[in-house]
Unconditional design. Structure first.
Length: 443
């Protein structure tokens, strides 16, 4: 099975190589990270060969979620180094900014046996933790052979991925056998994982770490309004701010046209669009200009001034979560087009009224919870989005009610962090993890 998997990965790598080359030439992506993805980490990375805890967070969302446990792991395992890997460049940038307790960051290796073995020799993990549902057969198999304990934290099996996993269930079962503990977000995800072949004794429901990760993003309370990003948005109280966060291709035009019609009733309104992928910043800026809007990038704004534009394109990484604070209305993207939706918890933590589209498969349980509690609004198309904009901009009481209900859900759902840490402690007892660091003479 593993030989077949490796061959498939190799074929995919060859097929996708032209795309990677294009991205490298056009956007300078993957150039700096290539050596690390091949298992060649800097000499200074783990110079003394110390044992560690390795956390893998694919991209921005997973890196932000990892904040919930990184700091506490450092306290509980002082004798181990703590390394964080990401797959995407954006994830690496956010991790470097938001995860202050990590000893080092690096890019996740390509899942070939000789590459993951090289990485393991350098990282020397006692424990490997995958955020959400990152299943890498060769790496997990190598961890099993080397005696490295493995866990999935904040795991989930979405309704969209579940049928695909079922198609390869006999093979998937063998891979799942290499994971020591599955800490799942919900009972539904846990049951799906067991159906796919996971040992029920290794599967527990710990809740959603995203709720516990939110305080790290919201520690800068309203009295700390001079936070860097907010200083570029000194918006008067009577100027409405509509934020469209994590938008995907096909959504910006919908948002822009709905916003344009609403401006007949709110001519001073400001729209902030935050494309999900950095390589689309130029495209979204052109799109807004083509629609006739005075458009500026966030990186071009002047500090401590009201943005002199109709539309601001947020062309920075890691600022969106803080910017939600100033939103009058927040639309969370990835949901009007069939890409599965994005996380709505960050605007909820600030008590913002939230809108999202019909495609929320990746966050189905959270979306359902918010809708049942009347803590968010779901729209199906451009016309319903316009109607929702119009309703909320004209009804402060309705905005406040939605925002309070959203914040109440966030406040009521903490606790996943401690349950996850308890599960990790069962795999790697904190007292037994401490050790003296090796002494090395450097000439």
């Amino acid at each position: 099975m593993y030989l077949l998997y490796t061959c498939v990965v190799l074929v995919l790598f060859v097929v996708l190589a032209p795309y990677f080359v294009y991205q490298a030439l056009r956007y300078r992506k993957y150039v700096i990270s290539l050596r690390q993805r091949l298992g060649y980490l800097p000499v200074s990375f783990n110079f003394d060969g110390e044992e560690s805890i390795w956390i893998h967070a694919v991209s921005v969302g997973e890196a932000l979620t990892a904040r919930a446990i990184v700091g506490e792991l450092k306290k509980r395992y002082p004798g181990l180094r703590l390394f964080v890997s990401t797959t995407t460049i954006a994830g690496q940038q956010v991790a470097s900014r938001e995860i202050k307790d990590a000893d080092a960051l690096f890019y996740f290796p390509i899942d070939f046996p000789f590459i993951v073995n090289r990485t393991l020799r350098l990282v020397k993990p006692r424990l490997f933790i995958m955020m959400e549902t990152e299943i890498w057969p060769c790496l997990l198999r190598a961890c099993r052979r080397e005696g490295v304990r493995t866990a999935i934290a904040n795991g989930r099996i979405s309704s969209r991925s579940y049928p695909r996993y079922r198609l390869v269930r006999p093979l998937f079962r063998r891979v799942l056998a290499d994971v020591d503990r599955f800490c799942m977000q919900s009972r539904e995800s846990a049951d799906r994982l067991i159906d796919l072949g996971a040992d029920p004794a290794r599967v527990i429901v710990t809740g959603n770490l995203k709720f516990d990760a939110l305080p790290a993003a919201t520690t800068l309370g309203p009295d700390r309004g001079m936070h860097r990003v907010l200083r570029f948005f000194r918006v008067p109280e009577n100027r409405p701010v509509v934020i469209a966060g994590s938008t995907m291709r096909g959504e910006e035009i919908v948002v822009l046209r709905a916003f344009e019609r609403v401006r007949a009733h709110a001519p001073r309104a400001l729209l902030v669009i935050a494309p999900r992928h950095p390589e689309r910043f130029d495209e979204v800026e052109r799109l807004a200009r083509d629609e006739g809007f005075r458009t500026v990038r966030r990186s071009q704004l002047t500090i401590d001034e009201d943005p002199p534009a109709d539309v601001v394109v947020l062309d920075t990484i890691g600022e969106l979560a803080h910017l939600y604070r100033v939103g009058t209305i927040v639309f969370v993207g990835g949901s009007l087009v069939p890409t599965g939706g994005h996380n709505i918890l960050e605007p909820a933590a600030f008590g913002r009224p939230i809108l999202f589209g019909p495609h929320m498969q990746n966050f189905a349980e959270i979306a359902a919870t918010f809708l049942e509690a009347n803590a968010a609004m779901q729209v199906r198309d451009e016309w319903e989005l316009e109607a929702a904009f119009r309703e909320l901009l004209g009804d402060p009481a309705r905005r406040n009610a939605l925002g309070r209900a959203a914040q109440a859900i966030v406040d009521a759902n903490h606790g996943a962090r401690e349950r996850t840490l308890e599960a990790i402690a069962a795999l790697l007892p904190p007292g037994g993890a401490s050790k003296l660091r090796p002494f090395r003479i450097v000439r």
